[in-house]
Design a protein around this ligand. Structure first.
Ligand SMILES: Cc1cc2nc3c(=O)[nH]c(=O)nc-3n(C[C@H](O)[C@H](O)[C@H](O)COP(=O)(O)O)c2cc1C
Length: 166
């Protein structure tokens, strides 16, 4: 049966919003009714069966997720929940970087436990960085580019529907 799904995202430069929309499109193609919306605009979760939360990592923190979970914890605890984060960690040479980001995502979701979670490689374009962001990025020698893998994102959307039983 088609489910009513909300993909709730946070973004600073727009790339996580695009990932959220790609997930929404994939689920919609499978016949579900999907809304994709910025976390800050969401006032109620009443009309949904499932929620997918997505947010980027900045300086080791998953942006806005804790605030969203605190605000909607009662409703979220009754819904099917999945979550993703996006960042440059999957494109780095440090295998522990992704695990650390996922731990941070899970900590921000607590006490809720998602039925599925993952980290996608994100996008970092020099044109979109502020003066200080450029400085930080140079200091940590972070990679630059669009590392998003649209096939992997669509595949996760299909997998997540199965894991959420929708
Ligand atoms: C100042 C700054 C700090 C960042 N810190 C991290 C980080 O700690 N870990 C990580 O994996 N990615 C980090 N990133 C990369 C972003 O998470 C990545 O560019 C993401 O795709 C941005 O999402 P957005 O376009 O939705 O804002 C950082 C980027 C900037 C500019």
């Amino acid at each position: 049966m088609p489910a009513r799904i909300l993909v709730a995202y946070s973004t600073r430069k727009g790339s996580t919003a695009e990932i959220a929309r790609a997930i929404g499109n994939e689920l919609q193609s499978a016949g579900h009714s999907v809304d994709v919306a910025g976390m800050k605009e969401i006032t109620s979760l009443d009309e949904y069966d499932a929620v997918i939360i997505g947010a980027p990592v900045y300086k080791g923190k998953v942006v806005d997720v804790k605030k969203f979970v605190d605000k909607h914890q009662d409703a979220l605890s009754t819904l099917r929940l999945a979550a993703f984060t996006a960042g440059i960690a999957p494109a780095s040479d440090d295998p522990k970087a992704v695990t650390d980001c996922l731990d941070t995502l899970h900590a921000a979701l607590e006490p809720l436990q998602p039925l599925a979670s993952t980290m996608f490689a994100g996008k970092l374009g020099p044109g979109k960085l502020s003066f200080f962001e450029k400085k930080i990025w140079k200091m940590v020698k972070g990679p630059e580019g669009d590392f998003r893998d649209w096939d992997a994102i669509a595949a996760w959307a299909r997998e997540v529907a199965v894991k959420m039983g929708i």
